[in-house]
Structures are given as C-alpha cells and as structure tokens.
Design a binder for this molecule. Structure first.
Ligand SMILES: Cc1cc2nc3c(=O)[nH]c(=O)nc-3n(C[C@H](O)[C@H](O)[C@H](O)COP(=O)(O)OP(=O)(O)OC[C@H]3O[C@@H](n4cnc5c(N)ncnc54)[C@H](O)[C@@H]3O)c2cc1C
Length: 204
C-alpha cells in the first residue's frame, strides 16, 4: 500500500507499507533492491511517470529485524479467520493474560485495539475479585460513539458501556456475545432498550 505523504510533510515522500509474507522477503533484500522493486510496481501503475532510481532515496524500516520491536502489527494471512483473534485472547490457566492489538478482532492493527484490550484484560483479572474496571469516561468523550467498549466481564458475558452524547446518560450492560450481535444487527443502541441480562448501575 502506498501513502502519499506530500500533504502532511510538504515534501515528495511516498510511504510504502508491506505486510507478511512479502515483507519477510523484502527484509532480506538490500535497500537498492527494495527501491528497484518498489519503483517497478509504481512503473506498472504510472507508466513513464516514475523517476530514475538515481533520483530517489529510500529509508527501509525492517521492523521484524529490530530487536526492540520484532515486527509492526498483526495481519490475517490467507486461511486465517477472525476467530483466530479469539484464540490469542485466551488466558493460560487464569494466570497469564494477553492484551494487545493482535488479540482483538474489533480493532486489530490499531492503537485503540491495544488500549481496549488492556481494559478487557484488566477486567478479566479483576472479575475474580467481583470488581469491574471502567476507564475514565472523559477519555472517551469524543470517541465514545465511534468506539464502544466491549470487555469480557464474566463467564463469557461481555460488558458493553456506552454514553449517549445527546443526553449525557451512561448505560452499562452485560449480555451474552450472541445476544449482543443479535441486538446490534437490529440497530440496538444500548440506551433505548433494557439489556436482557445483568443490568449494572451507572459507572463512575
Ligand atoms: C508504521 C506504523 C504505522 C502505524 N500507524 C497507525 C495509525 O495511524 N493508527 C493506529 O491506530 N495504529 C497505527 N499503527 C499500529 C499501532 O502502532 C499498533 O497497533 C500498536 O502500537 C500495537 O500496540 P500493542 O501494545 O498491541 O503492541 P506493541 O506496541 O507492538 O507492543 C509489543 C511489545 O512487545 C515487545 N516484544 C515483542 N516480542 C517480545 C518478546 N519476545 N519478549 C519481550 N517483549 C517482546 C515489543 O518490543 C513491543 O514493545 C502503526 C504501526 C506502524 C508500525
């Protein structure tokens, strides 16, 4: 994927994002070989408009070889399914818990995926003490409608918390995942009707 960075840098910069398994192949090549390959792809798209390689500089990140990162973010290879994200989410003997963008099928490869899965796992740990952790609402003021929280609360139930921007009311409900999907598919808003199961009081 190519991203035109000119708009934000005011410089003639093109960003190329490459995912596995091609990125693994590229990582083993020299900068000049990668440049030639990238320009070759551009030449196929923009025949005759691509500059000579001698006029182009490249900077290659090679995240997978960086000992401090060992990669950039998750991707779904051919044959993978969304349920694979659920498998990565499963705790080990209720002692080891996994958060991170690679453990959410809702927001994979995104910072908000990393963030909400941290909240989800905090809840998974705290539910043993019969507690629920809710992030400060002010952090979500702008994005609440866009990014509702889905966090596991107990026995496969998911905690759904939403704030109505219109009324300022908060509502939190625990429903089975299947129920949630069914309700969402018919446009359930989490404010207009009562959840089928375990209504919680308003969070702080
Ligand atoms: C170039 C680029 C652009 C991006 N742009 C956006 C964007 O515009 N918007 C957006 O929302 N997201 C973007 N992302 C994605 C976002 O940065 C990631 O989804 C997010 O940082 C993932 O956070 P995480 O905590 O799940 O994982 P990470 O931040 O990857 O944290 C994992 C940590 O584990 C460490 N680690 C790995 N292996 C080991 C090991 N064996 N032992 C110990 N530690 C280990 C790593 O060093 C790393 O610190 C971008 C990512 C990249 C690379």
């Amino acid at each position: 994927m190519f991203v035109n960075m000119h708009k934000v840098t005011d410089k003639p910069v093109l960003l190329a994002l490459v995912s596995e398994p091609y990125s693994d192949e590229l990582d083993k090549k020299s900068d000049d070989e990668i440049k030639a390959e990238g320009l070759g792809v551009l030449e196929e798209m923009y025949k005759g408009m691509v500059p000579d390689p001698s006029q182009v500089d490249v900077l290659v990140s090679r995240w997978s070889q960086d000992p401090f990162t060992r990669g950039s973010y998750s991707y779904t290879p051919v044959g993978a399914t969304m349920s694979d994200y659920d498998v990565l989410t499963e705790p080990v003997e209720n002692r080891v818990f996994f958060a991170g963008e690679a453990t959410t099928k809702y927001f994979p490869a995104l910072v908000n995926g990393a963030y909400v899965t941290g909240i989800r796992e905090a809840n998974r740990i705290m539910v043993h003490d019969d507690k629920i952790y809710l992030p400060p609402l002010k952090q979500f003021n702008e994005t609440w409608e866009q990014y509702p929280e889905y966090v596991i609360c107990e026995d496969g139930l998911e905690l759904v918390a939403r704030k109505s921007l219109d009324s300022g009311n908060k509502s939190v409900a625990c429903v089975k995942p299947a129920t949630k999907i069914k309700l969402e598919s018919i446009g359930w808003t989490w404010q207009s009707k009562e959840p089928e199961q375990c209504i919680k009081n308003e969070p702080e």
